[in-house]
Design a protein around this ligand. Structure first.
Ligand code: PEP
Length: 247
């Protein structure tokens, strides 16, 4: 039985002071018995948020990292830096990074491999554009993204990976995929993982849905057989996040 995992993606929101206010407001409102809970915060907020979450079971995640250990990569952050600061998860290949920061299937794969080697759990984002959905190529496209992201990842390593299915047309738009649409793609992701590895690994990998999840639609989405929780943007900055986790 897969434990649900619900991660908040704060994106580029909350100064360190504001982050602490949000954490103090939310930390007692989320029930970590039923689901693993992760706050994916801006890099500058990681250290104070890790500190503020001591004594809770809420984990801290980063929103990106570089695939090299260190070096002349101005503005980047390494896995070792994140780990020393107390980070457990890292979002890899969010569509906003693919769109605005030239993230490609190749860099997503390099980052995923590096995160896993270092002991971080990657939350690997995949998902189609509206145009791709309208052309009915969603499943084919997402299957390719999953295969590329997991290239050279061993079966043992793959068990611990989290995949977030995030249709781009649903991110930050208030338009949510129906539970049937989300289930169809999450099931296809599980199927492709079964093809790459085996049914055992496919059964263990947690697959999230992300895209305008809120307190009103979370229960239905998360009740689908292949949806193991959510990656939540806008609603993770509000009290609503408590309602989503405790759906
Ligand atoms: C996200 O940022 O991953 C996301 C799904 O955003 P939102 O919930 O705001 O659509």
């Amino acid at each position: 039985m897969r434990k649900k995992i619900i991660a908040g993606n704060w994106k580029m929101n909350k100064t360190p002071k504001e982050a602490l206010e949000l954490v103090h407001n939310l930390k007692n409102k989320v029930d970590t018995d039923k689901a693993d809970v992760v706050f994916c915060v801006p890099a500058i907020d990681i250290i104070p948020v890790v500190d503020a979450l001591k004594g809770t079971n809420i984990s801290v995640g980063a929103q990106n990292m570089h695939f090299k250990d260190n070096g002349a990569f101005t503005g980047e952050i390494s896995a070792d830096m994140l780990i020393e600061a107390g980070v457990k998860y890292v979002i890899i290949g969010h569509s906003e990074r693919r769109q605005y920061f030239n993230e490609t299937d190749e860099t997503v794969n390099k980052k995923a491999l590096h995160a896993i080697e270092k002991g971080l759990t990657p939350i690997i984002c995949v998902g189609e554009t509206l145009e791709q959905r309208e052309k009915a190529i969603t499943v084919d496209f997402v299957r390719i993204q999953v295969r590329s992201a997991l290239k050279d990842v061993s079966a043992e390593q793959a068990r611990h990976v989290v995949i977030a299915y995030e249709p781009i047309w649903a991110i930050g738009t208030g338009v949510t995929a129906t539970s049937e649409q989300a289930q169809e793609v999450c099931a296809a992701i599980r199927e492709v993982i079964g093809e790459i590895y085996n049914d055992d690994v496919a059964d263990e990998v947690r697959i999230q849905y992300g895209g305008s999840v809120n307190g009103s639609n979370a229960a239905e989405l998360f009740s689908m057989p292949d949806i193991d929780g959510g990656l939540v943007g806008g609603a993770s900055l509000k009290d609503d996040f408590g309602g989503i986790v405790n759906y």
